[in-house]
Design a protein around this ligand. Structure first.
Ligand SMILES: Cc1cc2nc3c(=O)[nH]c(=O)nc-3n(C[C@H](O)[C@H](O)[C@H](O)COP(=O)(O)OP(=O)(O)OC[C@H]3O[C@@H](n4cnc5c(N)ncnc54)[C@H](O)[C@@H]3O)c2cc1C
Ligand code: SF4
Length: 581
């Protein structure tokens, strides 16, 4: 059967050379028939799914990745234009509600091979060790079933694989250095550092970001024109589309684009035997598989599990705890803009290039638990116009005047930890999407601790901008980075998956993406999600065929398989530091 595999902006094609020169993929993609029971069917080839498919294929497993969106050809499909890039987002219908409804649709999650890593800003900090035990330390939220030390080797590995540019010494959390040197600073970064310095706050210039500050293999260094959220046509910004998927294909994975999974199938032995999906023409298919991994993002993963309710799993698949869809989290992402007398020119740098984590940890002097980071944001004109409309209520001539002033503005973002609450959740709505599948209804409420944290954080950023010389300050209430909804834990009564991502209820069904995070800290989640995916892959490889046949759960920690890193990880470019865990 011929399947369309290329991007959205061209007609579907069936030729076998599938990607543009940037990705340099020469091998033909292997094809599996729907009837062949592959080892792993991965649903969603985004941040986590990209890393999983690369490692599992490289270890010899038969892998099919079902991806709802297109297979981007970075050179032909992407444009360095803010308006022209909205196709990168998951724009399908989703409903939003609660006291603080999240803005969904564009700019929320990705759709297409690479998922959210295609349009992420690429800030790549690690979580702090304290993030893994906030219940023990602060009496809030929940502890993770793993410690920072278990994830640390994977952080170090992924920082090399994608790779991350940053300072030689990053002082917060578990202090460490980065393999590539920091980036030169843009106007917004200068202001963040200036404001911090005036207030005696430590700041970090030039990273940590998964953007090349020097060449790496066939990827060039950044050219500093700020189109990172538009995909980075140049290829300097990491996305799994260019860092991991090429090798997944080389080792025989099939990534089936335009394939929307709508139900996970169960056999009579309480094991999954494959996935139902629609192709781009709306035809229904069933891909047989010995095991299934759901990697569809914090909204689509719970949605699919709930839509897969069946006899024996009437509440939704893997939902005996009743927690599928619950404990959804978004980080407080207030954007605070400051107007400066001198030119700032926000667009002349990656939006992500400087931060401070000085307020990250719980401070007993404050009246709330946990904390926040402050980061450069640097919106392009359309995003800036939306922010100004929300922040200042400008419209018409007022908007025009503000926009003519764009080059004088600097925008900094709060990234604050909102705690996991059961009433923040993904449920199924009555409305259906273009396939006739019930869509997700997302409810989001802020609680007392969250409100206090946000109030403190936004005032601190305002203070910082004024210290840097801002004459006018305006702020937009915003949220960023959804995670949770299928959280991991040791207790099957209060979590969906165990510490390796295996669902408590079905032994050959796994979840691996941002939805398994029990808490979120104040670090952008992408690096953590990709590190968890590498760890889950190591576990599955250690377990071998047992995953396909046995009901027993071996909880032994797997060895870290550095040999599975994409080729070129350790030999290309000009890494500054020697590699150490
Ligand atoms: C504007 C923006 C900027 C961001 N910047 C940063 C940043 O600087 N640093 C950072 O760490 N994070 C950032 N993020 C967040 C980051 O992109 C996400 O946290 C991350 O990509 C989530 O990874 P994931 O694997 O959970 O899901 P995704 O990467 O979203 O992958 C899920 C994939 O599954 C596919 N899918 C879903 N359902 C189905 C289905 N039923 N069938 C088939 N396929 C399906 C989707 O199309 C998608 O490709 C940003 C997000 C946004 C919106
Ligand atoms: S600023 Fe750098 S990373 Fe961002 S889009 Fe341009 S080249 Fe890519």
């Amino acid at each position: 059967m011929s399947k369309p595999i290329l991007g959205k902006f061209r007609k579907p094609q069936t030729d076998k050379k599938i990607l543009g020169p940037m990705q340099r993929i020469s091998p033909e993609m292997r094809r599996f028939s729907d009837d062949e029971a592959v080892d792993y069917c991965i649903i969603g080839v985004g941040s986590a799914g990209g890393v999983l498919s690369q490692r599992l294929a490289k270890s010899g497993f038969k892998v099919v990745g079902l991806e709802a969106g297109p297979f981007w050809d970075t050179e032909r499909d992407w444009v360095s234009d803010e308006k022209g890039s909205h196709e990168l987002y998951w724009n399908d219908l989703r409903l939003t509600g609660g006291n603080n409804p999240l803005s969904l649709g564009d700019n929320n999650s990705g759709k297409g091979v690479g998922g959210g890593s295609v349009h992420w800003a690429a800030f790549a900090p690690r979580l702090h060790p304290s993030d893994f035990r906030i219940h023990t330390e602060d009496g809030v939220g929940v502890d993770w079933p793993i410690s920072y030390d278990e994830l640390k080797p994977y952080y170090a590995l992924l920082e090399r694989e994608i790779p991350v540019a940053g300072p030689a010494y990053f002082p917060w959390g578990d202090p460490h250095g980065y393999p590539y040197g920091p980036h030169p600073m843009g106007g917004v970064g200068d202001i963040l550092v200036k404001g911090c310095t005036k207030l005696g706050i430590r700041s970090c210039a030039g990273g940590p970001v998964a953007i090349l500050s020097g060449s790496h293999g066939n990827r060039p260094h950044c050219i500093y024109r700020g189109f990172c959220l538009q995909g980075c046509k140049v290829g300097a910004k990491a996305s799994t589309l260019i860092t991991h998927v090429p090798e997944a294909l080389e080792y025989g994975a099939e990534i089936r684009a335009h394939s929307m999974a709508f139900r996970i199938s169960m056999d009579k032995n309480n094991r999954t035997d494959g996935v139902f999906y629609y192709d781009s023409l709306g035809r229904e298919h069933f891909q047989r598989a010995k095991a299934v991994i759901v990697s569809g993002y914090a909204i689509e993963t719970p949605r699919l599990l709930l839509n897969s309710a069946c006899p024996g799993h009437g509440n939704g698949l893997a939902n005996s705890s009743g927690t599928v869809g619950k404990y959804l989290m978004a980080q407080a992402g207030n954007v605070v803009g400051g107007r400066f007398e001198s030119l700032v020119r926000m667009y002349k740098a990656p939006p992500a290039h400087a931060l401070t984590e000085e307020f990250y940890e719980t401070d007993p002097k404050r009246d709330f638990a946990r904390g926040f980071a402050v980061q450069t944001v640097g919106p392009l004109p359309i995003a800036f116009a939306k922010q100004m409309m929300a922040a200042k209520g400008v419209w018409g001539w007022g908007m025009r005047r503000v926009m003519m002033d764009y080059n004088h503005w600097a925008a900094l973002g709060v990234l604050g930890e909102i705690l996991p609450w059961a009433d923040n959740c993904v449920e199924l709505a009555e409305q259906k999407d273009q396939w006739g599948i019930p869509v997700a209804k997302v409810t989001f409420n802020l609680h007392d601790n969250d409100n206090k944290l946000i109030e403190f954080a936004k005032n601190k950023v305002e203070e910082l901008l004024r210290a840097a010389g801002a004459q006018d300050v305006a702020q937009e209430k915003r949220f960023a980075h959804l995670v949770g909804g299928a959280r991991m834990g040791n207790d099957p009564g209060s979590s969906v998956v165990d510490k390796f991502g295996r669902t408590h209820d079905v032994s050959n069904l796994f979840v691996c993406d941002g939805s398994i995070l029990p808490t979120q800290g104040s670090a952008n989640p992408g690096l953590t999600i990709q590190s968890l995916a590498a760890r889950t892959a190591d576990y599955l490889i250690s377990q071998g065929d047992k995953v396909f046949t046995s009901e027993q759960r071996d909880m032994t920690r797997p060895p870290v398989r550095r040999e599975l890193s994409p080729k070129g990880t350790f030999i290309h470019g000009i890494p500054r530091l020697s590699f150490a865990e």
